[in-house]
Design a protein around this ligand. Structure first.
Ligand code: HEC
Length: 114
């Protein structure tokens, strides 16, 4: 997978500058990638964290369970995993902006068929 951080970074800057009206201020992946990331979240993350993120083998990833954790800490866990636990690293599949976007998605609450 090509690294697209640059493109997302640029989009983020444009969004911050208000060049993209209505766009959230974080660096958002494009629509097609967002679809892929939602799929990853439900199918890959969901296999351990539960399809509705209420937890299973992995902890719940509900907005209230993540509220006291920083974006940086959660993004780092997603990218690098948690050594000594079944939580795997995802840096080979997604980049930092995409991990942050997943955190944003989880904070908003993920529901099935979203
Ligand atoms: C093979 C099972 C497995 C998969 C797949 C998995 N996780 Fe996890 N995850 C875990 C486990 C187990 C923990 C808890 C580790 C511990 O604290 O003992 C965890 C912890 C986490 C945490 C930390 C939660 C907290 O409250 O600190 C986050 C965030 C997280 N996972 C996100 C993800 C995301 C996003 C994905 C998909 C990209 C994913 N996980 C896929 C097993 C998994």
């Amino acid at each position: 997978m090509p690294r697209r951080t640059k493109v997302y970074g640029l989009l983020g800057l444009l969004a911050l500058a208000g060049a993209l009206p209505g766009a959230p201020s974080s660096a958002d992946p494009d629509a097609e990638r967002r679809q892929g990331l939602r799929h990853l979240l439900l199918h890959d993350c969901g296999s351990c964290h539960g399809l509705t993120m209420r937890g299973g083998l992995g902890r719940p990833l509900l907005p209230e369970s993540l509220a006291d954790k920083s974006d940086e800490a959660l993004t780092s866990i997603i990218l690098h995993g948690m050594p000594g636990t079944p939580m795997p690293p995802w840096a080979a599949e997604i980049d930092e902006d995409e991990a942050l976007w997943l955190v944003t998605l989880l904070r908003g609450g993920v529901s099935l068929g979203d």
